[in-house]
Design a protein around this ligand. Structure first.
Ligand code: A3P
Length: 296
């Protein structure tokens, strides 16, 4: 385990200008050359933006309810993580995808420019979930502490700086959300905000269903709402990542399903940090039409 852990915690490498864990960079040629099927659905996010939540929503819509597979197979096996490449004996995302029947859900945190071209050549649909940067910062910090597959976060202060300057895995939040935003026209990309999903899940789930070409009756909608609520997902071993070995995910340090709220940053950022954050935010987001809510 010590060898595996050392490998997992290793620092960041440069993947075409994007900071990335060594394991992903190592396997990059295979990941880049992934061959998508036209009916693959890509679920893309910057880390900690509601990926697992959307996977569960999409799976319930596609199955028109909560299937036996959803009750017995962990999220990561139902929506394989494309670029995940852990040391043996754990399977890589590519390994899992290879054996999976269509139609597949494929999870990724890749910035738009690094997504394998075959998704777009095959006109695949993609759902991108974006979450406000302040809550992502807090969630990502706790995730670095609990997940030994991420580099050490350092002190809170160091992590804060690294996040703002984009020196974290999968790179800059600013580049990520704007990259996908700019790319969405002309492609089948449905762009969803975590805050909207939180505020009005009925409306947002219906929009996702429409994008997938499905309609939901009242009963099905209620079932999905209940199954994908934060509290249900927190207690569900198939969605709360408790099936990941405890030396990899340390839920006692911070659970994967941590809070699931909008505005948790207010309980963490000092006034000075918040001001610094806002300054950098305004500088980086000045040119985009993309806007976020940091509270509801
Ligand atoms: P917090 O750390 O703020 O609680 P991802 O799946 O992309 O890694 O994102 C994880 C974040 O989404 C965590 O945020 C987690 O609690 C939150 N989340 C997961 N399921 C959720 C749900 N059903 N409702 C609201 N938030 C959810």
């Amino acid at each position: 385990d010590a060898e595996v852990l050392k490998h997992l915690r290793s620092g960041l490498t440069d993947l075409q200008g994007v900071p990335m864990t060594l394991s992903v960079t190592h396997r990059w040629d295979d990941i880049k050359n992934f061959s998508a099927h036209p009916d693959d659905l890509l679920i893309a996010t910057y880390p900690k933006s509601g990926t697992t939540w959307m996977v569960e929503i999409v799976d319930s819509i596609r199955n028109e309810g909560i299937s036996q597979e959803m009750r017995s197979i962990p999220s990561l096996m139902r929506a394989p993580f494309l670029e995940m490449n852990p040391p043996a004996p754990f399977p890589s995302g590519l390994d899992i995808l290879k054996t999976m029947p269509a139609p597949r859900m494929v999870k990724t945190h890749l910035p738009f420019q690094l997504v394998p071209q075959s998704f777009w050549d095959n006109n695949c649909k993609a759902i991108y979930i974006a979450r406000n940067a302040k809550d992502v910062l807090i969630s990502y910090y706790y995730f670095h502490k609990m997940n030994t597959g991420m580099p050490e976060p350092g002190t809170w202060h160091e992590f804060f700086d690294n996040f703002l300057s984009g020196k974290v895995s999968w790179g800059s939040w600013f580049d990520h959300v704007t990259g996908w935003w700019d790319a969405r026209e002309g492609l089948r990309i449905h762009y969803v905000f975590y805050e909207d999903l939180k505020q009005d899940p009925v409306k947002e789930i219906k929009k996702v269903a429409l994008f997938l070409g499905k309609t939901l009756n009242k009963e099905l909608l209620d079932t999905i709402l209940e199954h994908t609520s934060f509290n249900k997902m927190k207690d569900n071993p198939m969605t709360n990542f408790s099936t990941v070995p405890p030396f990899v995910f340390k839920h006692d340090i911070s659970p994967f399903m941590r809070k699931g709220t909008v505005g948790d940053w207010k309980l963490h950022l000092t006034v000075a940090e918040n001001e610094r954050f806002d300054e950098e935010y305004q500088r980086r987001m000045a040119a985009t039409s993309l806007t976020f809510r940091t509270e509801l």
